[in-house]
Design a protein around this ligand. Structure first.
Ligand SMILES: Nc1nc2c(ncn2[C@@H]2O[C@H](COP(=O)(O)OP(=O)(O)O)[C@@H](O)[C@H]2O)c(=O)[nH]1
Ligand SMILES: [Mg+2]
Length: 479
């Protein structure tokens, strides 16, 4: 997979832009620049970090375009190798001709991410930083950008290293004692630091959901009976009329999606057909679709009209649960039924302070909303967040609740795990440390080495050996 040579690619975005860029990296980068580029100086005569204005030429010496050449000399470049960057006018024709010329002159087309791969192989960045590069490029929101920037600065790598050092210190203490089994490692050198490591890893793993949502966004489905106010709430949240609102039950038969950003997370709001038994085949399909969408959503907003009586299991007490439903739909309906079972809704969590006191229920994926509060409500239920789409009363609280449900208490300045790979490694490390906590010395020592191995995968650096060596160097001879 890892190949050498000089690589080239169009590094700017596809489509029309004012400026475009072809990047060449590798041992022949400057030599290629010497032939392709005609300027005041021969590119290879320049020191790194310089730029020159000139012409990009083809094999017949015809000028393809004029522009700027940037020269970097390894190791002081993005990849750590010699790099030439050709800044052209942003026409795709110009760019592909300049790229083709670099290929004629001995470069090969770079594979996906190959410049960054080289940066990693040259030790310019660790794996978590390389992933952050990708995250930054695809960042859709400011939160994703901030996280990527933190990752790029090596914040995750530093955090992992700090955890790794703690583990290595315990490992060293245990190994030093293996020859003196009668003494045993004191608690403050073993249990206490390992418990700290466990809680740090747990906290880190909690950030994974936020990291994923910041990148991929969240899907929020609005579910409820016809006329519950789903479309009105969607419009109120969006701030413009996206969905048709009428007093006629069954207005929304299909589902529709609209995007908004909340707390730096790209949110897709999904308005669905009201849940009821219906003869209308189109509406019936809409109802089935609604249940399916609820199933796949990150958060389900269940709406109940505050001006009509609240019945238990309103979503499912209708003949919706009849035999016309397929097994799968029945399953979804059952799930919704358990979600909406009033008995399951716990409101007052004694561990929360007054300020934190908020609407909670067993399933953090479901949020109950009482609508039309401006009309005067005929029921109160502590699990329901009251809102009015007309007066906007309750909307700020709703938005805050959505934010909490999605992000939890993950702090803003904290670095988040942002890939499945990182999560997998952190989870494995955690499991090994948990086993090590109460294991006999020999097993604990093995488990801690495994934990270090798993952690080192996050950064791609072998922390274990060098860190352990460093720690052992601090031990006195004979111990
Ligand atoms: N006064 C008032 N009327 C509302 C509110 N939300 C919805 N409605 C009305 O309730 C009816 C049904 O609303 P709609 O959003 O279409 O409900 P849906 O079927 O769940 O999408 C319409 O006549 C809306 O104007 C609200 O917050 N206050
Ligand atoms: Mg509607």
């Amino acid at each position: 997979m890892i190949k050498g040579g000089t690589i080239a690619a169009i590094s700017s975005a596809q489509g029309v832009g004012a400026v475009g860029m072809v990047r060449v990296s590798g041992p022949r980068a400057l030599e290629i620049a010497d032939t392709l580029f005609v300027g005041k100086h021969l590119p290879s005569s320049l020191s790194g970090g310089r730029f020159i204005y000139g012409k990009f030429t083809d094999s017949t010496n015809e000028t393809i375009d004029s522009g700027i050449l940037l020269i970097f000399r390894g190791p002081h470049s993005y990849t750590g190798e010699d790099v030439a960057e050709f800044q052209t006018h942003g026409s795709s024709v110009v760019l592909s001709r300049v790229l083709n010329r670099t290929l004629e002159l001995g470069a090969r087309l770079a594979g996906a991410g190959e410049f960054t791969l080289r940066a990693y192989l040259e030790g310019k960045m660790d794996l978590s930083q390389a992933e952050a590069v990708n995250m930054l490029i695809s960042a859709q929101t400011d939160t994703a950008r901030r996280q990527a920037t933190l990752g790029l600065q090596g914040a995750l790598g530093h955090k992992i290293d700090a955890i790794g050092r703690k583990i290595a210190r315990v490992l060293a203490a245990i190994q030093a004692m293996l020859d003196y089994p009668e003494e045993g490692v004191p608690e403050e050198e073993r249990e206490i630091p390992l418990k700290a490591v466990i809680s740090e890893l747990e906290q880190l793993l909690e950030t994974a959901r936020a990291g994923k949502l910041a990148q991929q966004g969240a899907r929020l489905a609005l579910i409820g009976k016809p006329n519950a106010g789903k479309s009105s709430l969607l419009n109120a949240l969006l701030g413009y009329d996206r969905s048709i609102v009428t007093p006629i039950a069954g207005t929304t038969r299909d589902y529709l999606e609209a995007g908004l950003e909340l707390a730096g997370i790209p949110i897709t709001l999904i308005d669905t057909a009201g849940l009821r038994q219906t003869e209308d085949i189109v509406e019936q399909m809409g109802v089935e679709k609604a249940l399916e969408l609820a199933q796949g959503a990150d958060l389900v907003l269940v709406l109940e009209d505050g001006t009509t009586p609240l019945e238990p299991n309103t979503l499912t007490n209708s003949s919706l649960t009849n035999s016309s439903l397929t097994n799968n739909e029945q399953q979804i309906t059952n799930n919704l039924e358990s979600l909406t079972n009033n008995e399951q809704r716990i409101t007052n969590n004694p561990s929360l302070t007054n300020k934190e006191q908020r609407i909670t229920n067993n399933d953090p994926r479901t949020l109950f909303i009482q609508t039309k509060t401006d009309l005067g409500t005929i029921w109160q239920h502590p699990s329901y967040l009251p809102v009015s789409a007309v007066t906007k009363q309750g909307l700020p609280q709703l938005l805050e609740e959505i934010r909490l449900r999605l992000l939890g208490d993950v702090a803003r300045g904290e670095v988040w795990l942002s890939s499945e790979r990182q999560v997998g490694s952190a989870r494995r490390a955690l499991e090994h440390v948990r086993v090590a906590l109460h294991a006999p010395d020999e097993l604990a020592s093995y488990e801690l080495q495994e934990a270090l191995e798993a952690l080192s995968e996050i950064t791609g650096r072998k922390v274990s050996e060098e860190v352990i060596e460093g720690i052992f160097a601090n031990f006195c001879v004979g111990k």
